[in-house]
Design a binder for this molecule. Structure first.
Ligand code: SF4
Length: 365
């Protein structure tokens, strides 16, 4: 059998050792392993060759229209096409349409196959999955559920070619085995990158001490970085212990917990905060969050909201996002926010004018 694998979103980046895949697709690693074990010919990366079966996987919904456009072409190149991944699933309303790997492929341990397929020298995967917080803009609770559960151990994820491990867990700190992970990271002398934002509300002295005890790094294993999130002004969740609703004023929680991390030896400049914009916050609230993080000395990584079906430019109600959102992202990403106030950032005016023209056009038609 001749099989092609097309993982749409895996990014190629160049490091000192050549072009490598960033964010390897773990489902594709399993597919690759399953067909290699079956003695099939596996074509990866797939570039339009004639195959018996073509697997297409996408993580981001933004690529869905492109897949639909290309489908007639691929249908001429493959006898059978299987498409899946979070970007292909439909989370519009329950029951959600979630594609799953066939059980015989799901059962394949992905690690070494993924590492071989993508030619990477670091380990990557999930030691826990799920997230109890249930943010409405996030796919994780819908896909993996509202209870954190164990997947594999850190030891299982170690790549024999390297000492760096990337954990994709969505809420590492919420699972009791976080401390087991910490012990294994130390035992095997690993550097670790928690790729998804950790939950700052769960930082306690014990957690801070545990984080400080390991060699945390960025994705590439070089820079000292720990990622958290400051997505909302107020965060609400169901406490898994009591079943009651807990509300956090994030403008207070973030500074408190950053100071706690500082006290345990983690400096602010190691801390990177994902900041969701264009979801439900105003310009004033966005600027307040920037100012809090800037004054604490933390890095900011703005994330532009797009709805669960990949629609861009809309807020949580489906209304157009305020004009400041894209300009704010550029202001932060360019680093200009460190010295120039947002009101003096020239792209702010450009975005404002553009929005006014769009509104006029909508009114005319
Ligand atoms: S805390 Fe993070 S992973 Fe959990 S639901 Fe919210 S955004 Fe998703």
């Amino acid at each position: 059998m001749r099989v092609g694998i097309l993982d749409i979103d895996t990014k190629k980046e160049t490091d000192g050792f050549g072009r490598k895949s960033k964010y390897p697709n773990i489902a594709c690693g399993k597919i690759y392993g399953y067909h290699k074990l079956n003695g099939d010919e596996v074509i990866y990366p797939y570039n339009g060759e004639k195959v018996d079966r073509l697997y297409i996987s996408t993580i981001f919904t933004a690529t869905r229209p492109m897949i639909k456009r290309m489908l007639p072409y691929w249908e001429q190149r493959a006898d059978e096409i299987l498409i899946g991944g979070t970007g292909w699933d439909d989370y519009t309303k329950a029951p959600y349409t979630i594609t799953e790997l066939p059980p015989e492929i799901e059962a394949i341990p992905h690690m070494n196959w993924t590492y071989e397929m993508y030619d990477i020298n670091y380990g990557i995967g999930f030691t826990t999955r799920g997230c109890h917080v249930g943010c409405s803009f996030c796919v994780v609770p819908k896909k993996e559920g509202l209870t954190e559960y164990r997947d594999v151990t850190v030891k299982d994820l170690i790549n024999p070619r390297g000492k760096h491990v990337i954990l994709m867990n969505n809420n590492s700190l919420a699972h009791k085995d976080f401390y087991k992970d910490i012990e294994e990271i130390k035992e095997y002398g690993l550097t670790v990158h928690w790729d998804q934002a950790n939950d700052i509300t769960l930082v306690t002295p014990k957690v801070a001490q545990a984080l400080r005890s390991v060699d945390y790094r960025g994705f590439d294993g070089k820079k000292k970085q720990l990622f958290f999130a400051f997505d909302l002004m107020t965060k609400k969740k169901i406490d898994p212990e009591t079943g009651g609703t807990v509300t956090y004023d994030m403008t207070k929680v973030v500074p408190e917990r950053v100071k706690l991390l500082n006290e345990y030896g983690i400096p602010s400049h190691h801390l990177v905060f994902y900041m969701l914009i264009g979801f439900n916050t105003t310009e004033e609230e966005d600027l307040e969050r920037v100012e809090i993080l800037r004054s604490l000395g933390c890095e900011i990584y703005p994330m532009l909201y797009r709805d669960l079906n990949g629609k861009v430019g809309v807020d949580w109600r489906g209304n157009p996002q305020p004009f400041h959102v894209r300009a704010l992202r550029d202001w932060i990403n360019s680093g200009v926010y460190r010295k120039t106030p947002f009101k003096d950032f020239d792209r702010r005016d450009r975005h404002k004018k553009q929005r006014q023209i769009e509104e006029m056009q909508i009114a005319m038609f």
